[in-house]
Design a protein around this ligand. Structure first.
Ligand SMILES: *[C@@H]1O[C@H](CO)[C@@H](O)[C@H](O)[C@H]1NC(C)=O
Ligand SMILES: *[C@@H]1O[C@H](CO)[C@@H](O)[C@H](O)[C@H]1NC(C)=O
Ligand SMILES: *[C@@H]1O[C@H](CO)[C@@H](O)[C@H](O)[C@H]1NC(C)=O
Ligand SMILES: *[C@@H]1O[C@H](CO)[C@@H](O)[C@H](O)[C@H]1NC(C)=O
Ligand SMILES: *[C@@H]1O[C@H](CO)[C@@H](O)[C@H](O)[C@H]1NC(C)=O
Length: 458
């Protein structure tokens, strides 16, 4: 006991020396060192008690902004008063809080409201194994300065998303991902006109996406994935002119993609996969000039390969697996997609030959055509087949075959299609055309070349 108290006093004197150093740094010449107002200090002690339940915290961190700092807390000098500090950022997570949040931790309004200058509040993995905790509606008032509210990976955080969040007029980032929220997205959130990022992914949210979402004029990232959201994709989404990323995947969305989505000129990433969306896709999607990722897999689109995707010139990844697509893969459908790196058309009902032109896409490194009804001789360039290796998947197309000797040793390990011997010669003229082009192409090219040489001589 005696030794520990002498250690403690040694510690305190070191801290005092630090305090002098810090106060010199923070204070302006001749003034007293900047202090956190008593009310804010009391509020911090209350928040810590609510979350950590560690009675020694106030003793270990009596001046948490200056000489006894805690890494989860950030303070700034008040702009109009150099003797005052303000608590501006509070962050809890496995990286800063040891011990972690206590069982039965809570976020109580009176404590948080005692920190009116807080701009960032983030809690990661805090409400985990105790009983369920709800966000008190009184937590969010129009007196708040919050710009970022990030409550992530708190499975014990349940109940509804409070409509009072709309009072946070400065809010730029709202991330409530990987919690246990249920109920609907409150319409009131549409009033968050400064919001740039909204992430409600991995909760149990149901109901429909409210039209009011179109009011979030500053939104650039919208992630509602992995919930139980139903209804349709609202046309109001088209009002989000700044939107760069939209992820609505893994929900129960139905109906068609509304044409208004095509007016999202800044959109780079669109993921609508794993929903119940039907075709046809609106032609207006051609307006998504910056789109690099279009993920539509596992929706009952039920049309031919949508022609509109062929005009998305910046596209790098196109996912159309499991979309119930029918008919042939049109020759040249993807010819303009010079940046395309991955194309998935597996698990559809596509028939006809594999267009050899797919092998001409310079950056294509993954091509999945498996589990369709494609037929005829595979006429993809040898160089392409060798380059993709196992990232070219044509398995599960019973009518496909490989021309004898075409891919040499590559055939057995990469293509998994039987040789064309004794078949294909009578059936599938389109496939034969493709195959013939592969054989005669170089010959025709050579002839042209010779003709050009002759012409030059003349
Ligand atoms: C904040 O809310 C209070 C009570 O709801 C209201 O009286 C006040 O006018 C509001 N202030 C602003 C700036 O909106
Ligand atoms: C979310 O819903 C699923 C299925 O309805 C359920 O198994 C899960 O426990 C729920 N999660 C939470 C955190 O409520
Ligand atoms: C696929 O489309 C056909 C009509 O073209 C329809 O009869 C069938 O139910 C669809 N399948 C799925 C899984 O949506
Ligand atoms: C291609 O798609 C099928 C069916 O979805 C899948 O099982 C397979 O793993 C995919 N192949 C590659 C190489 O990703
Ligand atoms: C050729 O086509 C006929 C009918 O068009 C079909 O019954 C037969 O199975 C086909 N044969 C091969 C080898 O594809």
């Amino acid at each position: 006991m005696a030794s520990s108290s002498s250690l403690l006093s040694a510690g305190v004197s070191i801290l005092l020396i630090q305090a002098v150093a810090v106060s010199v740094g923070v204070a302006t010449a001749g003034d007293a060192p900047a202090q956190l107002p008593r009310s804010e200090l009391a509020a911090i002690f209350r928040v810590m008690a609510d979350l950590l339940g560690d009675p020694t915290w106030p003793q270990l961190h009596p001046r948490p902004c200056t000489d006894t700092p805690w890494p989860g807390l950030q303070c700034e000098l008040a702009p109009d008063d150099s003797t005052r500090l303000r608590a501006t950022r509070l962050h809890f997570g496995p990286d800063v809080s040891t011990p972690p949040c206590r069982p039965g931790a809570r976020l109580a309004a009176p404590a948080i409201l005692g920190l009116p200058h807080l701009r960032t509040l983030s809690l990661f993995g805090c409400f985990v194994d105790a009983g369920p905790v709800e966000l008190p509606t009184a937590l969010f008032t129009n007196a708040s300065s919050l710009e970022q509210l990030v409550l992530k990976s708190n499975p014990g955080l349940t109940g509804r998303i409070p409509a009072t969040l709309t009072n946070l007029k400065s809010l730029q980032v709202l991330s409530l991902s990987q919690n246990g929220f249920h109920g609907e997205i409150p319409r009131e959130l549409g009033g968050l006109t400064a919001l740039q990022q909204l992430d409600l992914s991995y909760n149990n949210i149901t109901g429909e996406i409210p039209d009011e979402i179109g009011g979030m004029a500053s939104l650039s990232i919208l992630d509602l994935s992995w919930n139980g959201i139903g209804g349709g994709v609202p046309a109001a989404l088209g009002g989000l002119k700044m939107l760069q990323k939209a992820d609505l995947s893994y929900n129960w969305l139905a109906g068609v993609v509304p044409p208004e989505v095509g007016s999202l000129k800044e959109l780079v990433f669109l993921d609508l996969s794993h929903n119940g969306l039907a075709g046809p896709l609106p032609a207006s999607l051609a307006g998504l000039a910056k789109l690099q990722y279009l993920l539509l897999q596992d929706n009952p689109i039920g049309t031919a390969v949508p022609a509109v995707v062929g005009s998305l010139r910046r596209l790098q990844v196109l996912g159309l697996s499991g979309c119930n697509l029918t008919g042939p893969i049109p020759r040249g459908a993807f010819a303009a997609l010079g940046s395309l790196m991955a194309l998935s058309l597996d698990r559809n009902r596509l028939d006809g030959p594999i267009p050899a032109s797919l092998g001409a896409l310079p950056h294509l490194g993954q091509l999945n055509l498996s589990q369709n009804r494609l037929a005829g001789e595979i006429a993809l360039p040898v160089e392409f087949v060798a380059r993709l290796g196992r990232r070219l998947d044509v398995r599960g197309n019973e009518e496909l075959c490989v021309g004898q000797g075409r891919y040499g040793g590559l055939q057995a390990s990469y293509l998994r299609a039987p040789p064309c011997v004794g078949r294909g010669s009578t059936n599938g003229t389109a496939a034969l055309d493709e195959g013939a082009a592969g054989v005669y192409g170089p010959v025709v090219g050579l002839v042209c070349h010779l003709l050009v040489l002759l012409a030059l001589k003349l």
